[in-house]
Write a protein that binds this ligand. Structure first.
Ligand code: SF4
Ligand code: SF4
Length: 167
């Protein structure tokens, strides 16, 4: 009885799969990607069209495959920017750590996944190819609205000895 039950259950599973079509006729049919899909990293601009990257190099430091290289410079108004920015996508593993480390949300992982090349050197993208005209996932965010804003110190509670570690 158990054997028959197992056989019928597996047959039913097989029949159900026959009706499901998982194969897409790519590239005419594009796959539906998840909201948090991690594709090719891009550089974004703030809502004013200014480059968000301030060349802090955090993304480069955190990248586990060391595929980001950049050089920073100062504008006459004191604003820092990336003079050059390069990512070697032959080494990128789309982990998203650069996006998490970036304090200005400049670098973001886009949904793009289709960029096969025949030459290894073509995987090296420079700033012109990385920097987009839009704001990416954060349409309102402007780093300079937040940077350098002085935080208010909270008043010390009464009867508090700040030199003591005791509760
Ligand atoms: S996604 Fe990961 S591997 Fe790719 S550039 Fe960012 S940190 Fe490096
Ligand atoms: S992309 Fe972000 S983390 Fe990388 S250098 Fe620019 S501001 Fe810093």
């Amino acid at each position: 009885m158990r054997l028959w039950h197992g056989l019928l259950a597996s047959l039913w599973t097989t029949l159900r799969q026959l009706r499901r079509r998982d194969t897409l006729q790519y590239p005419e049919q594009q796959p539906k990607l998840g909201e948090r899909w991690r594709g090719r990293p891009i550089l974004t601009r703030d809502p004013d069209g200014e480059e968000r990257c301030v060349a802090c190099e955090l993304c480069s430091a955190v990248c586990p495959t060391h595929c980001i290289a950049l050089e920073g410079a100062d504008r006459p108004n004191g604003r820092r920017f990336a003079q050059s920015f390069r990512i070697n996508f032959a080494r990128c593993i789309y982990c998203g750590l650069c996006e998490e480390a970036c304090p200005t949300v400049a670098i973001q992982l886009s949904p793009e996944f289709a960029f096969a090349k025949t030459e290894r050197g073509d995987f090296v993208y420079h700033k012109e190819a990385l920097l987009i005209d839009g704001t990416g996932k954060h349409p309102e965010y402007r780093y300079y609205d937040h940077a350098g804003v002085r935080t208010q110190a909270l008043p010390e509670p009464r009867n508090c000895d700040p030199r003591s570690n005791l509760p």
